[in-house]
Unconditional design. Structure first.
Length: 301
């Protein structure tokens, strides 16, 4: 397991368990939570006003019950409860009158993902920390901007229409591949003129591709790009703080890779955020998800 390249000072020095004992939660998972919290001092809210991981409880699921960690100013409390969900997935989930980050223990998550990838990927502490921040951002979205999020696409929209329409249309797939490559090129570009050149071409292809798809598919793609893409961006920013030497190969080199389903929009949405960082560094100030990131980019051309 790689060691995090981050110095924990300040807030990390006063992290402690307010209640007695850990109720059986592993030291590894406790350390992951502590390191995730410590990044608030290093990275703050990553530019999104009012966003803090510590605003949301984090519940680790061990296969039988949840261990709920709640930040209380200078330390955290731990409570054990019956599992809210009993499957291996990290998610933002409504519990009572608030949202929580629900996550498997790192051991369970890594075992599942490493098995699914047949050893092609390594999932450890740094990846899990980035995942906690990703899901905490979804808690932030749902807590502060529920109306704007729900307005992006119909609530009953089924991801299956992506496979049945967008992924099944060879021309749409070809155009998306070209667009994704332009985004990757723009993210990696050294000068702003090159970025703008890529985006002008991207916009032309985007207009062509939209003519091939139904309004329902376009709305669902926008949802994933805007909501999941920004969360992926948060995840990537955190990972860059933890493992900067792995950041490019883990997040940037895969932007142009095409896969069926919704995952590809996470990457394009992340790339759009990174591009807007270059064109308008203060774009996150006041961002409320009522407008797409790509439209903000187009406004800067």
């Amino acid at each position: 397991m790689r060691k995090a390249i981050v110095v924990f000072t300040g807030i990390a020095l006063v992290i402690g368990v307010i209640v007695t004992g850990t109720y059986g939660l592993s030291k590894e998972d406790l350390a992951i939570y502590q390191r995730a919290v410590a990044l608030e001092e290093q990275g703050g809210n990553i530019g999104f006003a009012g966003f803090a991981l510590t605003d949301y409880p984090v519940a680790f699921y061990d296969g039988e019950q949840d261990y709920v960690l709640v930040w209380e100013g200078d330390g955290y409390s731990i409570e054990k409860r019956k599992a809210v969900i009993n499957f291996i997935a990290a998610t933002a989930y409504p519990v009572g009158d608030h949202y929580e980050v629900l996550t498997p223990t790192v051991q369970k998550m890594s075992s599942l993902l490493n098995l699914m990838s047949m050893g092609a990927m390594e999932y450890g502490a740094e990846e899990h920390i980035a995942t906690l921040w990703h899901e905490a951002f979804h808690c932030y979205q749902s807590t502060h901007f529920p109306e704007n999020i729900s307005a992006i696409c119909p609530a009953e929209a089924d991801e299956g229409i992506i496979a049945g329409e967008a992924d099944a249309n060879p021309q749409a797939v070809s155009l998306f591949r070209q667009q994704a490559q332009l985004l990757e090129d723009a993210v990696k570009a050294e000068d702003v003129d090159k970025i703008k050149e890529c985006i002008v071409k991207y916009k032309e292809l985007d207009e062509e591709r939209r003519l091939l798809l139904s309004s329902e598919v376009i709305a669902l793609e926008d949802y994933y790009t805007r909501v999941e893409g920004t969360a992926r961006y948060i995840e990537a920013c955190v990972y860059k703080m933890l493992v900067p030497e792995q950041f490019g190969s883990t997040y940037l080199d895969a932007i142009s890779d095409y896969a069926g389903g919704s995952a590809k929009y996470y990457k394009t949405g992340m790339a759009q955020c990174m591009i807007l960082d270059r064109l308008s560094p203060d774009w996150k100030d006041g961002f409320d998800f009522s407008i797409s990131v790509i439209d903000l980019i187009y406004a800067k051309l």
